[in-house]
Design a binder for this molecule. Structure first.
Ligand SMILES: [Fe+2]
Length: 309
């Protein structure tokens, strides 16, 4: 089933304007109708929590994520998904041609032919003795006043708080063809759909029922320097760092998490591992030391000889 990954996350929030300001500061481009997009057209839609266009609030928790819309390769995949659930549960066909269905643990899912546009940008290139990746006279840091601000390139993954992770894993693997990349014992699996080699587009964290919902979501950046500089700029605007910067073990992605007004965290990430079907999933205990190979602690500007704290 050629599902590529999340195209759009739809939130129902208390303060639409505040969320819009935050997502713009994060680096997404505001487009029409409270939609905020990365460079490839994937993104986030913000609605007021009482907006009648939103799917019903199924999860009776503090969760503000109302729908995860997946992009698929073509119409044949939508037909396949329709056949998979027809006669078993309600599957809505919306006016835009997309499908809407509720998964086995209460998350509302959408499926549409993907909005993703190809991105014609290179990754950050690194020079090392024995392996030079940046040609002569191409600088690693652009100090010109016109230097572009790093922009999120594509919606990478979403992480759910889920009380019944076994049930959730069965739904995504057996019904939608996701594969497990790696697993934290007792916490949850990292999952990727068939249409991407990204280590994960979905991860579960096991929780008690009253806190089911979205834990965080993430956009891919062009490399670790972009994670650092985008996060540094966001922190400089007064937004609160939650965890990072650092680098994960499973997936190898660099990360930096921030608090958001959408009732969850947001992450910048870069340089995620790619896996095909030959990959054998690893299993590790869900302890802090296994989630990061290193972790920095962000602090405000400091200069040698300046005030100490
Ligand atoms: Fe993440």
């Amino acid at each position: 089933m050629n599902i590529i990954g999340p195209d759009t996350l739809v939130f129902g929030v208390d303060d639409v304007e505040l969320c819009g300001q935050f997502l713009t500061a994060y680096g997404l481009n505001p487009v029409a109708d409270n939609r905020y997009e990365a460079l490839d057209g994937t993104g986030v839609v913000i609605r007021h929590q009482d907006d009648s266009s939103l799917p019903d609030k199924i999860l009776q928790t503090g969760n503000m994520l109302r729908k995860t819309i997946y992009g698929v390769a073509d119409q044949s995949v939508l037909d396949q998904i329709k056949r998979e659930f027809e006669g078993e549960r309600e599957i809505k066909q919306l006016v835009d041609g997309s499908l809407e269905v509720v998964d086995d643990v209460g998350f509302v899912l959408g499926f549409q032919i993907t909005v993703r546009k190809p991105i014609n940008l290179s990754a950050e290139r690194v020079n090392a003795p024995g392996s030079i990746h940046r040609p002569a006279n191409v600088t690693g840091v652009d100090v010109s006043p016109e230097a572009p601000t790093p922009k999120p390139r594509t919606l990478s993954h979403v992480v759910y708080f889920v009380p019944d992770i076994e049930k959730a894993e069965r739904f995504y693997t057996e019904r939608l063809g996701f594969r497990v990349s790696d697993r934290f014992e007792g916490m949850g699996p990292f999952l990727r759909p068939a249409g991407t080699f990204d280590h994960h587009t979905l991860f579960f964290i096991k929780t008690p029922p009253q806190i089911q919902g979205c834990e965080h979501f993430t956009f891919h950046m062009g490399g670790p320097s972009e994670v650092m500089s985008a996060g540094y700029a966001l922190a400089g605007k007064g937004y609160e760092s939650y965890w990072g910067p650092g680098r994960h073990q499973f997936g190898s992605n660099w990360f930096w998490y921030f608090n958001t007004p959408m009732g969850c965290h947001i992450e910048y990430d870069a340089d995620m591992d790619q896996h095909d079907d030959d990959w054998v999933p690893r299993v590790a205990p869900a302890i802090t030391d296994n989630s990061q190979i290193f972790l920095f602690q962000w602090r405000d500007k400091w200069a040698p000889g300046g005030p100490q704290n």
